[in-house]
Design a protein around this ligand. Structure first.
Ligand code: URA
Length: 444
């Protein structure tokens, strides 16, 4: 009775609602929306009141007009609050790494267990392949029976037991993003920095992390082709994390050549296993070690780069990886091997460039990725590029390989993607820049 009286006497002040079409018009004309307007947009989209066609129009207006930092924060918050957030029972730091997606990027397979080997928790919510870029979940699903569809309870139980998990976003995590992403995918509205930022962070922040690190890829094998675009995305990601009081850093890394030597799901898992055994490609090993070291430092752990490098190959990270695979149902002993047909150099010279975007697209056409959302992936289909830009090549060297039942036409395409020069070529630096929250202190 008392509670009822209280309810009757409470005066709630609700912001007046703006008709959906007016929100679209405002964004079309370049206005900045308020927090209430963005919350209204997302909740009416989630309830079905706002039509898909209206949301698609809003997404297109956002692609063209952009959003302010405030609007991006409001959108991230509304999408995050459309679902659940994990509550952790103890004080052990919760950390995660996110890559904006590249060709041959299997670094998460190394980084999650490597972080766990230092006693932090890593509830890594990952994605599938998108366009020419591979997805961590597709790579892991090349391990027979590996389950990437865990409930939040199950995710937490595995993290508490083994320190790390790699799984997909469930329906409990940012459902508004799931619905909006489906629309963006078919309306040409993926390529928008505020939409990408809010989409990534609504899922990552649902993990209730203490610290996040972003691998923002830059080059022909990813969506951010220029350093200016990559820097803008990196800056937006770390600034929005500051608004949520989450420590964050972004490192911009080169995607003008594949990461490591293998592109293709089972071959990439094999390359991760080789790295645990101390025989990984140096770019992949350096990237994984750098990201784990930087993230542990961000989370307040006193570690050196050398200690992190040690744990990658001394069995500690591998134990966490194998335990995680086992807890997620995977049978590593049944992982298939690629069936390589080599590509031989016709001349002597130096590797000058790799058309990385073309290789990502080739893998998809060979059946190693999806052209349509429900396509089945053949995990054995793979491409190998064992040389790095700047490497010397002798006539007769193996400069590539294809794993496919009918490799011939694909070998020709692979040759076309690798450009040789007679003159020496400088190697490309892997790390192109970093973006720290301290760069924006006092701005937001
Ligand atoms: N990954 C996401 O989760 N969302 C995007 O919009 C792009 C990449």
């Amino acid at each position: 009775m008392a509670a009822q009286e209280k309810a009757t006497n409470t005066v709630t002040t609700q912001a007046p609602t703006t008709p959906p079409v007016e929100l679209i018009r405002l964004k079309r004309d370049g206005a900045a929306l308020s927090e209430d307007q963005i919350r209204q947009l997302i909740s009416s989209f989630q309830s079905g009141e706002l039509l898909d066609s209206q949301m698609a129009a809003f997404a297109m207006a956002t692609c063209i007009r952009g959003m302010t930092l405030d609007e991006t924060y409001f959108l991230t918050k509304a999408m995050l609050q459309s679902g659940s957030q994990i509550t952790w029972a103890s004080e052990v730091p919760v950390v995660d790494k996110h890559s904006t997606g590249g060709v041959g990027d299997k670094a998460s397979l190394l980084i999650a267990p490597l972080l766990a080997s230092f006693g932090v928790r890593v509830p890594m919510i990952s994605g599938r392949g998108l366009g020419i870029t591979g997805g961590t979940l597709d790579k892991l699903e090349s391990i027979p029976d590996f389950n990437t569809n865990l409930s939040l309870d199950n995710l937490q139980a595995i993290v508490n037991a083994t320190g790390c998990v790699i799984t997909g976003a469930t329906d409990e995590i940012a459902p508004a993003d799931k619905k909006l992403y489906g629309l963006r995918d078919v309306t040409g509205t993926v390529a928008s920095i505020p939409l990408i930022t809010s989409s990534i962070l609504s899922k990552k922040l649902a993990e209730s992390p203490d610290a996040l690190i972003f691998d923002v890829k830059c080059g022909s094998g990813t969506s951010m082709r220029t350093l200016a675009d990559a820097r803008e995305l990196a800056s937006m990601l770390v600034q929005i994390c500051s608004r949520f009081q989450v420590r964050a850093k972004a490192i911009i890394t080169d995607m003008e050549q594949p990461l490591g030597t293998a592109i293709g799901n089972a071959a990439e898992v094999r390359e991760a296993l080789l790295s645990f055994a101390g025989s990984g490609p140096s770019d992949l090993v350096h990237l994984a070690t750098t990201f784990a070291f930087e993230l542990l430092t961000l989370a307040g752990k006193q570690v050196s780069y050398a200690e992190v490098a040690d744990n990658l190959t001394n069995g500690y990270a591998q134990n966490h990886f194998e335990e995680m695979v086992e807890k997620q149902g995977g049978k590593l002993c049944h992982l298939i091997s690629p069936n390589w047909t080599p590509l031989i150099a016709h001349s002597t010279g130096f590797l000058a460039s790799v058309n990385t975007g073309a290789l990502g697209a080739l893998l998809v056409r060979m059946g190693g990725g999806r052209q349509l959302p429900n396509d089945l992936i053949n995990p054995q289909v793979s491409i190998a590029v064992p040389k790095k830009i700047g490497d010397a090549i002798e006539k007769g060297d193996v400069i590539g390989a294809i794993s496919h039942p009918s490799p011939k036409p694909f070998l020709t395409e692979l040759r076309g993607a690798l450009q040789l020069s007679e003159a020496p070529v400088a190697p490309r630096p892997l790390i192109m820049g970093t973006v720290d929250q301290s760069q924006f202190e006092g701005n937001s």
